[in-house]
Design a binder for this molecule. Sequence first.
Ligand code: ZN
Length: 171
Amino acid sequence: MAFFTYSDKFYLIFVQINLTSYKRDKYNFSVKLRREVNGMQNSQFSKFQESVDENLIRHRSILDITSKLQEANARLNRAIAKAVTSCGCVTIKGELQSIPDNISSYHDMKDYMSNHLAGDLCSSCKDAIENELGRCLFYMSALLNVFGLEFDNIIKKEQSRIDTFGIYRLS
Ligand SMILES: [Zn+2]
């Protein structure tokens, strides 16, 4: 750098800053363009994906994203456990599912399947669980962005599978 004058140095810094913003804009543009090419509507999910792309700075590596997603999932489980063991607004009573022998169809089973949960979430626990679910969605969106996938596409495909296979989809 000894050979450069002060004005050269300023010019190099200027070029560097512009290259960085060009790379960022190019990536953001490709996210938007991909949506347009796929004919995706400007849904809440796609807006959210775009916001995640614009605001995820530190943890853009696939390694950070997958491990942060796992961490978010663990925090969600922790928030659910705390609603039971620390707050007590809900209780869990796990037991064998009791299904009568004389039910006429597989679909009717739903009426006899228990979620083993009793009570209602208080506002504090509801808030905590919503926050952790939001964090899961954030890193899930980041994962989709890394692979160039669309929330809307995935929901559409899964909806199609549900419509096709119905109750046999994830029994
Ligand atoms: Zn609670």
